[in-house]
Design a protein around this ligand. Sequence first.
Ligand code: URA
Length: 240
Amino acid sequence: MGDRIRIDKYLSEMNMGTRSEIRELIRRGRVSINGIPCRKPDEKVDTDSDTVSLDGQKINYEKYVYLMLNKPAGVVSATTDNREKTVIDLIKDSGRKDIFPVGRLDKDTEGLLILTNDGRLAHNLLSPKKEVDKVYYAKVKGRVTEQDVNVFLSGISIGENEPCLPARLEILVSGDISEVNLTIQEGKFHQVKRMFEAVGKKVIYLKRISMGGLRLDPGLKPGDYRRLTKDEIEYLKNIT
Ligand code: URA
């Protein structure tokens, strides 16, 4: 047995139009439940066992949707924004209208962003208590040193009440422009940028490459997204 919900809510969740458009679809007899045209927007359907069709096409109801987006620079990690393009604007066919980004990447940050409507999984992935690793690749202006590695590992202060949790810094290139991978388990505001500022350096490029061991699919160009596989969803649920 699935949930029993109103047909207009069902269609709205499945992104079939605005409330008034949906009412119109129902009024015109274009929606059927188990083959019988439905005329009442408050009719209840079982999300598992009932078959709902629009113009004879079966709708596949999904309670939860999980997407992996390679966030491009220039879009904000929000569901709506008056001025800026959001990550949700990039998603054309999620099948659900209630998806949101799991945490935030800055407007100029790229990389792995999970989008879902599963609030529980999102909460778990973001809770510092769950110690989920978030790995960032960064280009940093200034020479990153072993001393920075040690400071980050001991828990650097970035001007908040509590210092950051220990973070693993791997130096890939140390030079005028350094390249690093940094693993953190929190998501404080501008955290990576502020950690480097605290050691007198500036992040000039930032990309999240993995979350909870789930790596950004190298086949996804910035702005591309795909559904997570069943295994990936199970994996994320198991680590939290
Ligand atoms: N840390 C930052 O400074 N920015 C991000 O977008 C993510 C982590």
